[in-house]
Write a new protein. Structure first.
Length: 173
């Protein structure tokens, strides 16, 4: 009974709104959303290079902003790991990774925290060794112009098996 009365009151309240004021408020909201989407850059592409323990890697990443603070990243990378310092790099690999990132602070300079994982194809002197899942975590600084331009990132990444430093440069559009 109480639910029926509440629904009737809501319907009565909605019916008393004038059609023109409702249409005006909807148009205002829609035009501001369209304007925001047309001016703000939501796509990023960048090259990421880093070092983790006795390994190095290079990734090419595409990133899409889902909101002003959340983005999703898809990357492809190549790298190597020094198995024995005297022998040089012996373990090579390629990876496809997917991360979700949180971008904190307004403006062009942001603090970034991200987590995710991916597929790693490991090779020893270009012979197949293993396919495995790897997890990753990143934290760092990002300079990303809101309306397009050069993107810069630097920070630390935790990729199993270790923690390392990375630097990135790319373009936002």
């Amino acid at each position: 009974m109480k639910t029926s009365i509440i629904i009737l009151l809501i319907l009565f309240q909605v019916s008393t709104l004038s059609a023109s004021s409702l249409t005006d408020s909807i148009m205002t909201v829609d035009s501001s959303i369209i304007e925001h989407k047309n001016n703000y850059s939501v796509n990023n592409i960048y090259l990421d290079a880093g070092s983790v323990l006795l390994s190095s890697y290079v990734n090419l990443n595409y990133e899409r902003l889902l909101s002003n603070i959340i983005c999703i990243r898809l990357g492809y990378g190549l790298g190597y790991r020094i198995q024995n310092i005297a022998d040089g790099p012996t373990i090579y690999g390629e990876t496809i990774n997917l991360l979700m990132c949180l971008l904190l602070f307004e403006g062009n300079s942001k603090f970034e925290i991200g987590f995710g994982g991916g597929y790693f194809h490991e090779l020893d002197n270009f012979r197949h060794l293993a396919n495995k899942f790897v997890y990753s975590f990143c934290i760092g600084y990002r300079y990303q112009p809101q309306y397009g331009g050069i993107l810069f990132r630097s920070g630390f990444s935790l990729i199993n098996p270790g923690l390392g430093f990375n630097i990135s440069i790319g373009y936002t559009f």
